[in-house]
Design a protein around this ligand. Structure first.
Ligand SMILES: Nc1ncnc2c1ncn2[C@@H]1O[C@H](COP(=O)(O)OP(=O)(O)OP(=O)(O)O)[C@@H](O)[C@H]1O
Ligand SMILES: [Mg+2]
Length: 267
């Protein structure tokens, strides 16, 4: 399954939400920072296993984009990823935007991400309808659009959705599945999701919205997560707990069966 995570101006949270989704799923997952403007995931992560080491300088998403042009295989993405936690691997972005000048098209990378045997969360950063990363958004099973609860941010999201949906539909030959996700403190999440849903309901693109989700605003938890502290008692921190729920919502949006609960019953 390929999940693309993106955001709009004034509503940051794409990389953090992508990492939270990657570390909060019971199956092996790879988080790939596909931000043409350069990434900061490698800088922010203490890896592996939270020991404070930096990732080696390569591979990055540019390595993966280059290999995807000649050797597509279901294991390619995982083989170019650094270990982050026991079940999560990371392909960091390149450092500066100029380094991506040689990538003429991100379409082969989109194909590699889509064909991966592992669950992939692609962080596309800011996106618009002529972004170079549009092929990745079009290849995704579900597109998460991160927003903030402020009226201005939601209005920008509504406009972005209306412009993106037809572009993605045209490439896919089918409507996209889009889940707006609002960054909000847990205690007011229910009300915020209702408000954002109401604001988006009159949109021309309402038909492609498969529900509105939320991710906890949790600065302390986010710091622990970037330090790879995501297991044991740390798994209970709000940002990770909300990401577990969001992963299940995304699975349902694309019709993937819910994870079996430990012990064999339905989740
Ligand atoms: N759920 C959250 N809780 C608390 N802080 C958050 C959350 N999500 C993002 N942030 C903070 O907001 C800032 C921007 O987040 P992030 O780097 O994820 O955004 P981005 O959209 O990837 O930005 P960029 O365009 O720089 O790549 C960071 O300081 C991050 O720690
Ligand atoms: Mg980012």
């Amino acid at each position: 399954m390929l999940i693309a995570v993106c955001c709009d101006r004034g509503a940051p949270g794409s990389t953090t939400t992508a990492l939270a989704l990657g570390v909060s799923t019971p199956e092996p997952a790879v988080v790939v920072e596909v931000d043409p403007y350069g990434g900061d995931l490698a800088l922010r992560c203490a890896a592996p296993g939270g020991r404070g080491e930096a990732f080696p300088p390569t591979p990055t998403v540019l390595t993966l984009a280059s290999e995807a042009r000649t050797m597509l295989s279901p294991g390619l993405v995982t083989s170019k990823a650094h270990e982050f936690t026991e079940s999560t691997r990371i392909v960091p972005g390149h450092f500066s935007a100029e380094q991506a000048a040689g990538v003429k098209t991100w379409a082969p990378l989109a194909q590699a991400l889509r064909d991966s045997a592992s669950r992939v969360v692609a962080d596309l950063g800011r996106i618009h309808s002529s972004s170079p990363t549009i092929p990745v958004a079009a290849a995704a099973d579900v597109v998460v659009m991160v927003t903030r609860p402020e009226v201005g941010a939601v209005m920008h999201l509504k406009d972005r959705l209306e412009r993106l949906a037809p572009v993605l539909a045209n490439i896919r030959n089918a409507p996209p599945v889009i889940v707006p996700v609002v960054v909000t403190p847990k205690r007011i999440a229910g009300g915020v999701v209702d408000e954002v849903s109401q604001m988006l309901a009159p949109s021309n693109a309402a038909g492609v919205i498969a529900g509105v989700g939320w991710i906890a605003f949790d600065p302390d938890g986010v710091e622990l997560m970037y330090g790879a502290k995501v297991g044991g008692k740390d798994a209970k921190i709000p940002v990770l707990r909300s990401a577990v729920v969001l992963n299940e919502q995304l699975n349902q949006a694309v019709g993937v069966r819910a994870y079996p609960a430990p012990g064999g019953g339905a989740a």
